[in-house]
Design a protein around this ligand. Structure first.
Ligand code: PLP
Length: 412
């Protein structure tokens, strides 16, 4: 087992983290920041990364899925403070490319704590992983095995299987994963090439809504372990991502399936690649009302914010549940009974798809007001652009004094 990094390794100069004094909270930090921006006549949007929330999510993971080591999916949100915190907490990292591998290595992550979890890799990225000692990587096809045998013959390969992802919002099995009928041939091919296959992985798809999908996928992975083909010693099961960012509805089913198909005594190491689970609830966006139009009085209000779907709110484009994004006014409404108007809230760009919410009931807003939107950490900033010349929002990381000291003590 490699030694856990110390806080000095992972937080050079506190890395721009705001340590909240005893009285303060993330909400108060947002209040202060808004006052400061108002005093400078700035409408620049900003995000607050609450490290206490990130740490709570990790503690929850440890208590709900104690057998499963998380390898955080960097693609979901690669903000440096997120990566540094998770490294300090001892998670591994799922990287999708040379760029992500290089980013986490530069933060002091050990190569053995990285899985290169992409089944269709550029050869130059495989060579880079090899040179850096990143050995664990996924595959799902013979062509990929050929590339790995040329570029990283000592790799420890994980066979990604396609699973039933019909209960997930983002379905990945149409693009990745070997069908169960092809796994035998793939393992033969790996053996012919002298490659080492150490385990099986799957990804149930993002925003999975059915726990039984996980159970079936774990059973499918077991069936590949049971092929006992060609002397491979499988020792790793990777149950991928797909976990909700809000709660933990599937742990009972997952733990039950693991105990049934991969009992503790089997010695199989179980890992996962959660992205949304860690990132979603840890970020809040503050955006300014930069413009306002009344389509016709009493009918429809239109507001334009300083951030939108080409910026931090990219994931809104995919939402089907319109209740998923719920902007709320930062200033106190004059009165709780204040009248609410049917409103459309747009992002700042000229594109008509830059719409944040439609038919939204909210009190009347004014130019210069600030709206807050919680739970925007997953697949927002990582996909954001500077379309129309609007800059990406700044990110401020905050942590309570107590948590900061607990972290420091626990890592010495
Ligand atoms: N692992 C792989 C290979 C992925 O493609 C993804 C998301 O696309 C993830 C992990 C993270 O998934 P999620 O954010 O749903 O946990």
């Amino acid at each position: 087992m490699s030694k856990r990094p110390t806080m000095n390794d992972v937080w050079p100069d506190k890395c721009g983290v705001y340590i909240l004094d005893n009285e303060s909270t993330a909400t108060r930090f947002i209040d202060k920041k808004i006052k400061e921006l108002d005093s400078m006549d700035s409408e620049e949007p900003f995000q607050v990364l609450n490290l206490d929330t990130l740490i709570q999510m990790h503690l929850k993971w440890l208590s709900y899925l104690p057998r499963v080591k998380p390898f955080y999916a960097v693609k979901c949100n690669s903000t440096e403070t997120v990566l540094r915190t998770l490294n300090a907490l001892g998670t591994g990292f799922d990287c999708a490319s040379k760029g992500e591998i290089s980013q986490v290595l530069s933060l002091g992550v050990k190569p053995e704590n990285i899985i290169y979890a992409h089944t269709t890799k550029p050869q130059s990225h495989i060579k880079y992983a090899c040179a850096q000692g990143v050995n664990l990587m996924t595959f799902d096809d013979e062509e990929e095995l050929q590339k790995v045998s040329r570029c990283h013959p000592k790799a420890k390969l994980v066979l990604r299987i396609a699973v039933d992802d019909s209960s997930s919002f983002y379905r990945l099995s149409s693009k990745f994963g070997a069908g169960l009928s092809t796994t035998g041939r793939l393992l033969e091919c790996a053996a012919e090439l002298g490659l080492e296959v150490v385990g099986v992985s799957f990804h149930i798809g993002s925003k999975c809504s059915q726990s039984l999908a996980f159970r079936q996928a774990i059973a499918d992975a077991r069936s590949v372990f049971d092929t006992k083909l060609l002397g491979f010693q499988f020792s790793l099961l990777d149950i991928g991502g797909g976990f909700s960012g809000k709660d933990f509805p599937f742990s009972e089913v997952i733990n039950g399936a693991l105990d049934e198909y991969f009992p503790f005594e089997s010695g199989v190491q179980v890992i996962a690649e959660p992205g949304r689970y860690y990132a979603e609830s840890t970020f809040t966006l503050a955006a300014n009302v930069i413009a306002k139009r009344k389509e016709s009085p009493e009918k429809l209000m239109m507001y334009y914010l300083s951030d939108g779907v080409f910026g931090s709110l990219n994931s809104v484009l995919k939402f089907t549940d319109k209740n998923e994004v719920t902007p709320y006014l930062h200033r106190q409404a004059v009165d709780n009974d204040e009248k609410r108007y049917r409103s459309v809230i747009w992002g700042p760009t000229c594109h008509n798809i830059d719409k944040i919410v439609d038919n939204y009931l909210i009190t009347e807003l004014h130019v210069g007001d600030w709206l807050l939107i919680d739970n925007i950490g997953a697949y927002g900033i990582s996909i954001s652009t500077e379309f129309n010349g609007f800059k990406r929002s700044s990110i401020y990381s905050v942590v309570t004094n107590e948590t900061w000291h607990t972290l420091n003590l626990s890592s010495q």
